[in-house]
Each structure stands twice: as C-alpha cells, then as structure tokens.
Design a protein around this ligand. Structure first.
Ligand code: FMN
Length: 384
C-alpha cells in the first residue's frame, strides 16, 4: 500500500514525510531540494543561514536575509515542482524579517517553533497587501502541547482571522532544542504517542470553524515506515523526520558530522542545557564535557542570533559551536541528534531512504491486516 499523500491547503506532497529544518546549515537547498524531488517536503533551516557571507559579523541581518533568499532560489531551481519550506525559529532576532523575505520569495511553507509564532500571519497579510497579490505561503507552527496549539489558533483567529494551515507536534525524542523542561523529557505523559491525539482533538474546533482540514504532523523519534504507520493510525496526517536525513549523501553538513552519527552509540546521547535557555539532545564529546566542567569562557557575541541567549552567562556561543560542527570541526562544537541516532549505520541517498520508508510502511500495513484477519478467524467473526 502506498504511503498516503499529505495535503496542506493547495500543496499536495505525494509522500507524507517532511524533512525537519536542521540548523545550523545541516539542511540547506541541497537536502531540501532532494527531499522535495522525492515527493516529500524539503525544509531549509534559517538559523544563522548567513554564516558563510563575508559580512556576517558586521551586519548579520543583511547577511542572513541575503543567504536565505539565495538558498530559497537555489532550492527552487533544483526542484522546480517540489514543495520547499523554511524553518524559522521564533527566538531568532531576525525572525520577522526572515518570515517576510521567505514570503516575498514565494516559499511554499514556513515552519516555526522555539517560541509561539503569534504574529506570523501579520507578515503574510502585509506582504500580500504591499505586492497587491495573493501569496499562498502556508504557515505551520511547531508545538509541543495541545495547549500551545490552542493558544496559537485562538490568537491567529482573533487577531488575523487566520487558521494555521497545519501543526507539527514535536515530542521529546526529537533532535536539537526541545520544547520541554528537562524533567518532562522522560515523562510518559509527554510522549509523542500521547501528544498527537491530544493535538488532533485540540484542532478539531478550529477545523469545524474554518471548514477545512488542519493536518497534524508528528515529529520526534520517528525512524521507520512502521513508525509512520503507527502515527498515522493515531490521527497524524504526516510525519517530520530529522535524524535520518542527516545520514544522506545530500545532507548539507560536512562528512565528519555525518560520520559522528554512524559511530554514535546509545551512551553517547546526552541532554545539554543550551545557551538559548532550552534543553537540547546532542552527541556527547570533549566540547560538551569541557563546557559542563565550566572550562569554557564567556565570549563576545558577534552574531546576536537569538533573543533568549544570556550571553554574559553562557560558557560558549551556540551559533559558533553549531557552525563549527556543521563544517566538521567537532572539537570546537557538537552535533545535535534525535534519540534514534545510534540506529543509523549507513549513509544512503534520499531516494533510498524514501524507498525504504515506503517498503517498511507497506510491510507494517500488511502485517497489521494479517493480524486482524487472524484474530477474526480465531474468534469466528468477519466471515459470512
Ligand atoms: C542536527 C539537528 C538540527 C536541528 N535543528 C533544528 C532547527 O534549527 N529548528 C527546528 O525547529 N528544529 C530543528 N531540529 C529538529 C528537527 O527539525 C526535527 O523536528 C527533529 O529532529 C525530529 O526528530 P528526529 O530527529 O528524531 O527525526 C534539528 C534536529 C537535528 C537532528
């Protein structure tokens, strides 16, 4: 059985798999266009996207906006018909300008978490008004609870008369920064399997009111086609995956970053207290170890990347650490990863990854139907 398509407004992804935005520089136009060309939704990460621009230290805003625009245009060129999105964290100091730049460049979809994106529709409405045309960019908040989904949907309705086009619900098994308190990460009450049906229920009244579907997309710890089947059965319309896409040829990170995934074991996975004020899941290394021991010194901030960074108190610059890691210099940084990183044992093409997900999905559906048939014949029902 083919994976069901994912519809978000006018956008129709043949495969219900979104490649999660991964900063800094892990998912740029290369990975995003490869995923889009395979029928999924490819996502460019906006965080510090201007890192390679010559003026990034002098004028980070201009550098980031220029690089964002270039990556969007490159991805569009490499995947003229695929669905391309950007991931913009609310905590970014350049958030509003990056949302506007993405809409002006007609990005298909914007995913936004790490805070509540309460103003996002305002930018869309303003750009449409200025350009005197209807731009169809879809706006998708990333949440970690049904409560957050409700708050956003209510605020958007009352302020802009706009209903979110979909929600991503990201659970505590995800890679990167996590929208949970450290003690919630292992708490079964916050498991993705619990959150997905809660968010599906929470969006129902808004769907009824606006008369269209608001798909819920599950993220965090989804690894196989069988996992996809399980989350679709819980009411999700699609999944967002990050870790698996790092181990692809097309991923934009340095080979050494990818290799760190291949050599990772369960005991290497750790939770850090990130300078941006959230916990994050990453691969333990000397850099993280030294920062825990207090062996890293406060620094002078050049990038001014996130509002939430308490620059005077933090032992290192998160932007610089992630830029170093993306370039393969893991002595001066670290790799974010999802809970399943130790299962990754080879680098494949995006096409191969998508094919294996399809095959596993198929097998999971067949074995589920066989199980149902066996039960029916055991109990003697389901037959005439
Ligand atoms: C290396 C890495 C970087 C990430 N960076 C971001 C980011 O910049 N913004 C964001 O919203 N999520 C980020 N994430 C989360 C992913 O988009 C995705 O939702 C999550 O990893 C899904 O869980 P999985 O890795 O278990 O599949 C990152 C994840 C990883 C592994």
């Amino acid at each position: 059985m083919a994976l069901p398509a994912l519809r978000i407004g006018h956008l129709l992804a043949k495969v219900p798999v979104i490649q999660g935005g991964m900063g800094v520089g892990i998912s740029l136009s290369g990975l995003a266009s490869a995923v889009a060309n395979q029928g999924g939704i490819g996502v460019i990460a906006g965080a510090m996207i201007g890192m390679k621009e010559p003026d990034v230290a002098k004028d980070p805003l201009t550098a980031n906006l220029r690089a964002l625009r270039n990556e969007i245009l490159k991805a569009r060129e490499q995947s003229p018909k695929g669905i391309i999105g950007v991931n913009l964290m609310v905590a970014l100091t350049t958030f509003s300008q990056m949302v506007r730049t993405s809409i002006e460049n007609r990005i298909d979809i914007i995913f936004s978490g790490a805070g509540l994106p309460l103003d996002m529709p305002q930018h869309l409405l303003q750009v449409c008004e200025e350009k005197k045309e209807e731009i169809k960019t879809k706006l998708v908040p990333i949440v970690s609870s049904a409560r957050a989904a409700t708050v956003i949907a209510k605020k958007w309705a009352s302020r802009f008369g706009y209903t979110p086009d979909a929600f991503v619900v990201e659970g505590p098994k995800a890679g990167g920064h996590l929208g949970f308190k450290p003690e919630e990460i292992q708490d079964p009450a916050h498991a993705l399997e619990v959150l997905v049906p809660q968010v599906v229920d929470a969006v129902k009244p808004f769907e009824d009111k606006c008369g269209r579907a608001v798909p819920v997309i599950a993220a965090g710890g989804i690894y196989s086609g069988e996992d996809i089947r399980n989350f679709l059965a819980l009411g999700a319309s699609g999944v967002q995956m990050g870790t698996r896409f790092v181990a692809t040829h097309e991923c934009d990170a340095d080979e050494r970053f990818k290799q760190s995934y291949l050599s990772a074991t369960e005991k290497d996975i750790t939770i850090i207290k990130s300078p941006v004020g959230m916990p994050g899941r990453a691969l333990e290394n000397q850099f993280i170890h030294a920062s825990r021991l207090g062996n890293k010194k406060p620094f002078k901030c050049v990038f001014q990347c996130v509002h939430t960074c308490e620059q005077e108190k933090t032992p290192y610059c998160i932007a610089q650490a992630l830029i170093n890691a993306m370039k393969g210099n893991l002595e001066r940084g670290f790799a974010f990863c999802g809970v399943n990183v130790a299962r990754v044992n080879q680098i494949v093409s995006v096409r191969e990854l998508m094919e294996s997900l399809q095959k596993e999905f198929d097998e999971a559906v067949s074995s589920f139907s066989r199980g149902v048939q066996n039960m029916q014949s055991f109990f003697g029902y389901g037959k005439k």
